[in-house]
Design a protein around this ligand. Structure first.
Ligand SMILES: [Zn+2]
Length: 154
C-alpha cells in the first residue's frame, strides 16, 4: 500500500476548512477521498464531514459515517488520509489514536498546528506532522525526510 498523491488545490481547500473552524476556536477534521491506481492513491475529493468539534476534540456520528461509506462506494473511493487541526502543537493524542477514521495499514493522519492560522499551502508540508498507521496498528510519526515517500503534492 501506497503513496498518496494530492494536488495543491486539495491542500488549499483543506486549510480553508481548518482555518474557518479555528476562527471559532474549534478543531476540525477533513478527509481526503482517493482512488487506488497502479502507482498509488490519487486524491480526488476533500470532505469536511459534519462533526461535533471543540477546542481539542472532534467526533463524527455513526449516521455521518454511514453517509461517507455510501459516497465512497458510489465513487469507488477510499479514505486515503485524514487531516485535523490542533489549537497549538501538532501531535497525535491518545484520543486521536483511538478516534482515527482511517484505519488501514499505511493510512496517513496529518495534524496541522495553530488551527492552520499560520499555515499556507506553501508551508503545509513543513508545518504539518504526518503519522502513519503501522501493521501493528500503531500511529508512528514520520520523520521529515520520510514524508515525501508517502505523500506527494503536485
Ligand atoms: Zn488531535
Amino acid at each position: 500500500m501506497s503513496k498518496v498523491f494530492c494536488r495543491h488545490q486539495h491542500i488549499e481547500e483543506t486549510l480553508k476548512h481548518l482555518r474557518e473552524a479555528g476562527q471559532r476556536g474549534n478543531e476540525c477534521v477533513v478527509l481526503w477521498f482517493g482512488r487506488e491506481t497502479a502507482t498509488g492513491i490519487e486524491i480526488e475529493a476533500v470532505c469536511r464531514p459534519a462533526q461535533i468539534a471543540g477546542a481539542d476534540i472532534f467526533r463524527i456520528s455513526p449516521a455521518t459515517m454511514r453517509d461517507i461509506i455510501g459516497i465512497l462506494a458510489q465513487h469507488g473511493w477510499m479514505i486515503a488520509a485524514q487531516v485535523h487541526s490542533h489549537p497549538r502543537e501538532a501531535f497525535h493524542s491518545l484520543a486521536d489514536d483511538k478516534w482515527a477514521i482511517v484505519r488501514h495499514e499505511n493510512a496517513l493522519s496529518l495534524v496541522v498546528p495553530y488551527f492552520a492560522a499560520r499555515t499556507t499551502a506553501a508551508s503545509f508540508m513543513q508545518d504539518q506532522k504526518t503519522f502513519k498507521l503501522t501493521a501493528g496498528n500503531l500511529w508512528r510519526e514520520l520523520a521529515v525526510s520520510e514524508i515525501s515517500k508517502w505523500l506527494h503534492v503536485s
